[in-house]
Design a binder for this molecule. Structure first.
Ligand SMILES: NC(=O)c1ccc[n+]([C@@H]2O[C@H](COP(=O)([O-])OP(=O)(O)OC[C@H]3O[C@@H](n4cnc5c(N)ncnc54)[C@H](O)[C@@H]3O)[C@@H](O)[C@H]2O)c1
Ligand SMILES: [Zn+2]
Length: 512
């Protein structure tokens, strides 16, 4: 809901307009939003006498009947629009199909679309609502942990475009967000870990009480999907609810004064400095939660080296990631990743590193004064620390699969990662499964023996393992040799965290 007040005055050669728009949007915690006994959602639609629901195909299969029964019970005819699953569906084409469904449905002014799903669905359908008639209302029901504690806390909506993550988007607040953690009971563990990493992020920089709870109940929280699986201990669920409530509150307090992301020193950027570059280096790429955990663990080691974190605090952070099955290191998190990641993030953050470092644990300081050489030196120290943890610092289920991308993905190479960065003269981000341990990019081709990289347009291309310079995940901008320069203007002026995650490198798909 918004309320604009403005003044118009005459100037010597024109007019000046000044105004502000009041934003109001609400969150409600609900258990079992589609339980027949729960009338809240039905009330929202009583006035309209019908409902258009957008969800993805997985959610339609899992919850379609329950949603249908719910609205039948309340005598509200429901129409479903089921969109494809995965990052490849985060496109303008998917958005247009949602708009077509709105037209077919004949959505009328102020009638809200019901959007049910993970961050992907709420981003795409939310953006469809932002565009449709310039502004269509929506009600948001996040169903993943990322959705519940991260994506749905913001008002950013977007689709990927032209190889770039979230390139087209808007700030568009839903009229309601219903936070129903009971959806977590069907969420795969790997997706729970993704969200867990974001809660570690916020708590280690802003909320020691939440960090302590994560630390105390880590394995149980993940195993029971935050106390939502059948037979979970009610006390655990109470703890889970409390810590999620606190984490969301903290996120809202930190981010709402900066809704349009004007300020660049952002606590919630912890873990999102080198990960945007690194996340897409392996083939298949890392899950977001693992990429940011590596970045956070390494940043904690930088904090230790600077005396900003004690040894005990540092060990607590790394140990928590490790116990959660999250990664704390990766073979491709190397000097190159540090150098290229730094170069990319400096552009996004207006020339300064603005590195959020937990210091002391539970609060945060920003540091700018690292040189790339400092960073690389500490990386060696970090690798020594990481090696001491379970799995040598590797995570569990660390790589994306079809549930994230919407497409079949190749099995990770034998040692679980692509062997080396591509070093193309023209395009520096192509990564391929170079059987020789590296890809030798020339003019945008990666020449891994078995490597085929993949086009955003869905080609699998590679007899000889070429990556598609234009449509593939080699970066589309021409860079000087050894330099990575694809997205200079990616997000200069703001640096939304979600965009930071991936804007530094183009969206990619992995085709077999
Ligand atoms: N707007 C923002 O501020 C913001 C913040 C963070 C992330 N994002 C965006 O969110 C997207 C990632 O979202 P995500 O991590 O929620 O993943 P997602 O929406 O892709 O969902 C992950 C998988 O879980 C399935 N799923 C969803 N809910 C389920 C449930 N309750 N039970 C079983 N399966 C379920 C989905 O069908 C999908 O296969 C990215 O595109 C990212 O850019 C946006
Ligand atoms: Zn993130």
């Amino acid at each position: 809901m918004s309320d604009m007040s403005a003044t118009v005055s005459k100037t010597p050669n024109g007019f000046a307009v000044a105004g502000y728009e009041k934003l109001e949007y609400n969150f409600a915690f609900v258990e079992g939003i589609f339980n027949l006994s729960n009338g809240q959602m039905a009330q929202c639609y009583e006035k309209w006498g019908r409902v258009l629901t957008v969800l993805d195909e997985n959610m339609k299969n899992l919850y379609g009947d329950a949603i249908q029964n719910y609205f039948d019970h309340y005598n509200l005819p429901v129409t479903f629009h089921a969109m494809p699953v995965g990052e490849t569906a985060k496109s303008i084409e998917t958005l247009l199909k949602i708009c077509d469904s709105m037209t077919k449905f004949g959505i009328i002014r102020k009638e809200p679309v019901l959007v049910v799903g993970g961050g992907l669905v709420t981003d795409v359908a939310g953006f469809a609502c932002a565009c449709y008639r310039r502004n269509t209302n929506f009600i948001r029901v996040p169903t993943t942990l990322i959705g519940l504690i991260d994506a749905s806390v913001s008002i950013k909506v977007a689709v990927n475009y032209g190889n770039y993550k979230n390139r087209l988007g808007a700030y568009h607040a839903p009229i309601w967000t219903f936070l129903d953690f009971s959806f977590l009971k069907t969420l795969p563990t790997a997706q729970v870990r993704n969200g867990f990493a974001e809660i570690i992020k916020i708590s280690s920089c802003a909320d020691i009480k939440t960090f302590n709870s994560l630390d105390k109940y880590c394995e149980k929280l993940i195993e029971t999907r935050f106390g939502r699986t059948e037979g979970s201990d009610p006390e655990l669920r109470r703890v889970a609810d409390e810590l999620c409530y606190d984490a969301i509150f903290e996120m809202l307090k930190l981010e709402t004064p900066n809704l349009h992301e004007i300020m660049l020193d952002r606590v919630i950027a912890y873990g999102h400095t080198w990960s945007p570059f690194h996340e897409l280096q392996p083939n298949p790429p890392l899950r977001h939660g693992h990429a940011i955990s590596i970045d956070m663990a390494y940043t904690a080691t930088l904090g230790l080296d600077r005396g900003m974190l004690s040894q005990e605090e540092h060990a607590r952070i790394l140990n928590l990631f490790s116990r959660a099955g999250l990664s704390i290191d990766h073979p491709l998190y190397d000097d190159t990743a540090i150098e290229k990641g730094t170069e990319a993030i400096l552009k996004t953050r207006d020339g300064a590193l603005r590195l959020a470092v937990p210091s002391p644990l539970g609060s945060c300081e920003f540091v700018n004064e690292f040189t790339v050489q400092d960073l690389q030196k500490v990386l060696r120290l970090h690798k020594k620390h990481a090696a001491k943890y379970a799995r040598g610092g590797d995570g569990l289920e660390a790589y994306v699969d079809a549930s994230d991308t919407g497409e079949p993905t190749p099995a990770p190479s034998s040692n679980g990662h692509a062997n080396g960065h591509a070093n193309g003269n023209g395009y520096t981000n192509g990564h391929s499964n170079g059987a020789n341990g590296h890809s030798n990019g020339v003019n945008g081709h990666s020449n891994g023996l078995n490597g085929h990289s993949n086009g955003v347009n869905g080609h699998s291309n590679g007899v000889n393992g070429h990556s598609n310079g234009v449509n593939g995940h080699s970066n589309g901008a021409k860079a000087a040799a050894g330099k990575r320069a694809p997205v200079q203007d990616a997000h200069q002026e703001n640096g939304g965290i979600d965009d930071l995650v991936n804007e530094a490198v183009p969206v990619q798909r992995v085709n077999v």
